[in-house]
Each structure stands twice: as C-alpha cells, then as structure tokens.
Ligand binder design. Structure first.
Ligand SMILES: [Fe+2]
Length: 299
C-alpha cells in the first residue's frame, strides 16, 4: 500500500471541511466525480478488483438480498461461493464490515470520524455492495451517514428530502411496517411511494456520493456495479446523555439497587427520592461532565 492516506479531504471533493459540516448539519447530499487518484489506496486494492476476488478472499458469510424486497430487511447469509453464484444469477449481494479485513480501513474510519467531530461512541464500518445491472435498492432512509464510493460500473441513485421525520433513529423502507419506536415519535404518516421531488445522481468509478442521515434514497445499477461505503452511525445527544448518566449513577449504591416495585408498579418512594436528588444535581451539570465520560477514552 502506498502512503496516500484516505481522510475526510479525500471524500468531500472541492468542499472545505467547514462547508462539508454545513452540508452535513443541513442534511444536504452532494456528489463529487473523478476521485480515482485521491482514492487510489482504496481503489487499487487487489481484493476489491472484482466481485470474484472479494468472494475468494472473504472468510465470512455474505448477505444476499431477496430480489422481491430488494432491501436488507429481507436477506439470507450464505457462503461466498454461493453468494457469487447468486450475484451471477442477478441478486444484489453485500459484504458487511469489510474493515475487519484490513487494519488501514479502521485507521481511516477513525481518522475521518475525528475530523467530522463524531463521538468515540460512533459505530463506523465499511460495506461493499455488488449490484447486477438492472437491480438496486428499494426506497428507504437510514439512520446513518454514508459516503458511497463507486468502485466499478455505473449506478443511478435518486435522493429526496425527508419531509416526514427529522433525525430518525432507525431506518425505514417504503411499503414496510414502521419501527415501533420510530412510529412513537413521528407525527406524520410515512409516504407510500418515493417522493416525486427527487434528484438523480449517476455514479461512475471514482464518484463519491454523500448520503446524509434520514434522506430518502433508492438505486438502480446501469451496468454491473460495485460500491464501497464509509458508514458512520454517530450517537445522538440521547445516547451521550444516557451513557454518561449510567456511568455517573453507577457510583451510587442506592441507584445500583435492584428495582422492586410497589403499589402495583405505579409508585415507589425510594425511586422518588432518587429522582428528586437527581433533579437537584442536574441543575449544575455542564456538557463537559458528560463528554469527559464518553470521549477521550482512546489511548
Ligand atoms: Fe441506504
């Protein structure tokens, strides 16, 4: 491997980091073409050269999408040999967590995570999708941020603004049941078809598409196509607060007490006392009290 690092700059085209952060925060997608040179450390890896090579090197199962559903909600995990066979017969296949194969990937992932300012609690991984010509993904949104790098072939993407829910914490596929928690905090009905007001993007080898959290998208491969994703699932403030709160409360043996309910489970004096004490404490808390717990853990 040469020494041209993959970092945030490699993924954001002509944008500055500041411009990119504005796009990320406003959930604005963008595409950048002709990045094969700056991504050569990735694009020239022999095992990513073809679906056959990747399958031959792969030591785990591969996900094969049910072609009726065309989404990861309906998939089977099979051997790499069987997956290659399914791919050659027209099924989309997914190699999950490719970062397990090469240590540089995790190094790049963590470098990019830090440059963006995502917490150490972020879940970061790489995925490789192999999509036969004419096939693609059903319309959906994800709860994560994706940089999609086209390694080979041509693929069309359609993206549309999500006017139903901001900051979803789970994904949703149009036409399928809504996740229970997602339904709980959504105030609008989810659409039954892909929004007509969408933008088409055509990805060629070396193209990078930024797909922000919550943006509707669907795809179709024009030719057999392989893409590599940098997928970032950062914690929400809810996650940061509850993780740090758990750590803080764990220092108090009263909070560590096994919960035993009285009054048919609707009231408990001991718990009321703990909650009162907590609300008094909360007034003095600052963000640093939480972030000191969740961040800077890496050596
Ligand atoms: Fe997606």
């Amino acid at each position: 491997m040469s020494n041209t690092q993959i970092n945030l700059k490699s993924l954001i085209g002509d944008h500055t980091t500041e411009e990119f952060l504005k796009l990320l925060k406003s959930r604005t997608p963008f595409i950048s073409h002709g990045n094969s040179e700056s991504l050569k450390d990735l694009m020239s890896l022999p095992f990513l050269d073809s679906v056959g090579n990747l399958a031959a090197c792969w030591l785990d199962t591969v996900d094969v999408f049910n072609s009726e559903i065309a989404d990861e909600i309906s998939k089977s995990s099979v051997s790499p040999e069987d997956a290659l066979h399914e791919y050659n017969n027209g099924s989309c296949i997914l190699f999950n967590d490719v970062n397990r194969m090469i240590p540089e990937f995790d190094m790049w992932n963590q470098q990019i995570r830090k440059e963006i300012g995502f917490s150490e609690l972020s879940f970061v991984r790489n995925l490789v999708y192999a999509t036969p010509a004419g096939k693609g993904n059903a319309p959906h949104f994800d709860q994560n941020f994706n940089f999609v790098i086209q390694l080979s072939g041509t693929k069309k993407w359609w993206l549309a603004k999500n006017n139903t829910i901001n900051n979803p914490m789970t994904r949703h596929v149009i036409g399928h049941p809504v996740d229970h928690e997602l339904e709980g905090y959504s105030t609008k009905e989810f659409p039954e078809s892909f929004p007509a007001d969408c933008t088409e993007y055509i990805l060629e080898p070396g193209s990078i598409l930024f797909v922000p959290r919550g943006v509707w998208h669907m795809t179709e491969a024009v030719t057999d196509a392989v893409s590599f994703n940098f997928t970032f699932t950062p914690p929400t403030w809810i996650d940061i607060a509850t993780t740090a709160l758990r750590e803080k409360l764990s220092h108090n043996e009263k909070w560590r007490e096994s919960a035993i309910l009285d009054n048919n489970g609707s009231n408990n004096n001991e718990f009321n006392k703990l909650i009162k004490g907590l609300s008094a404490d909360v007034e003095n808390w600052q963000s640093a009290d939480f972030l000191d717990i969740t961040e800077h853990q890496e050596l």
